[in-house]
Design a binder for this molecule. Structure first.
Ligand SMILES: C[S@@+](CC[C@H](N)C(=O)[O-])C[C@H]1O[C@@H](n2cnc3c(N)ncnc32)[C@H](O)[C@@H]1O
Length: 264
């Protein structure tokens, strides 16, 4: 699996430290709440049955997922490169009375300091295929992982909105690198993701389409950014997205894919 570390880790840390105040705020908007709900509903079905299980939330940021996991009783290790994001997580966990369930570490997910097969479940929701080898290494055999991946098709379309030749060239190329958020990232199609992970000893259970679907549903920006909404529309939209996330013909469209697999 490709291990290109083209993003300067210092600039990533700085970018997220600067972004920290806006991060949780976005999840209070309609769009943020919808995305969180869909992602969490998909995740719930794959979590270990045993609540004593050890979970790694790699690049876990402000603890958006660590917090509910800790409240469910799991022992969670939350790691991230940004001290600012981790500080917010620490305050939230303390406030909710579950800080003792969580170990917080500042580290690069591509260089984890854990022994092989340390965790019963591993998640990394930051679109980093570059970290896949490390994430797989620390997952126990027979246990599951959940990894966000940048979606090549959606990236090609959004980067080359006015240049179909370039979009198609990227889609058809063997290169998986695209430029996004001032950095160079690896993006994959559903088929490439499956192939890459299977090569590394992962039985791929399912790959879902997530993130950025509200634009595709033509939900106006004003509604997406609103912090007040009625429960009925929320339920309708989340139900629709949960169904679409599994639909093969839709999987090229959203910003991210989330892969669920089991280490063989
Ligand atoms: C989009 S946020 C996602 C946070 C969390 N996973 C979630 O879903 O809410 C991306 C996070 O990845 C972290 N990150 C980016 N590159 C990283 C790296 N190489 N090692 C550890 N964390 C990293 C950032 O600091 C940031 O907190």
């Amino acid at each position: 699996m490709v291990e290109d570390r083209s993003n300067d880790i210092e600039s990533i840390r700085k970018r997220w430290d600067e972004h920290v105040n806006r991060y949780d705020e976005w999840y209070k908007t309609f769009e943020g709440a919808v995305e969180h709900h869909v992602e969490w509903e998909l995740l719930k079905g794959y979590l270990p049955k045993n609540r004593d299980a050890k979970i790694l939330d790699a690049a876990g940021g402000t603890g958006r997922i660590t917090l509910p996991l800790a409240k469910m009783g799991y022992s969670v290790t939350l790691c991230d490169i940004s001290p600012g994001m981790l500080n917010v997580a620490r305050q939230k966990l303390l406030r909710e009375g579950v800080l003792d369930k969580v170990e917080i570490l500042e580290c690069d997910v591509c260089k984890l300091h854990f022994a092989d097969e340390s965790f019963d479940f591993v998640l990394c929701w930051d679109g980093m295929i570059e970290a896949a080898k490390e994430l797989i290494r620390v997952t126990k055999k027979g246990r599951r992982l959940s990894i966000f991946l940048m979606n090549k098709c959606s990236d090609a379309i959004s980067k080359f909105r006015d240049d179909p030749d370039s979009a198609l060239a990227l889609l058809r190329s063997k290169s998986n690198y695209v430029y996004h958020d001032e950095g160079k990232h690896m993006a994959v199609s559903v088929e490439e993701a499956r192939e890459l992970f299977e090569k590394e000893g992962i039985k791929v259970i399912e790959i879902y389409a997530v993130c950025g679907m509200l634009e595709l549903l033509s939900i106006p920006e004003k509604t997406r950014e609103s912090c007040n909404w009625d429960e009925k529309s929320f339920r309708q939209v989340t139900e629709m997205l949960l169904r679409l996330s599994k639909e093969p013909s839709v999987k090229g469209l959203p910003r991210h894919l989330v892969l669920y697999g089991e280490r063989i």
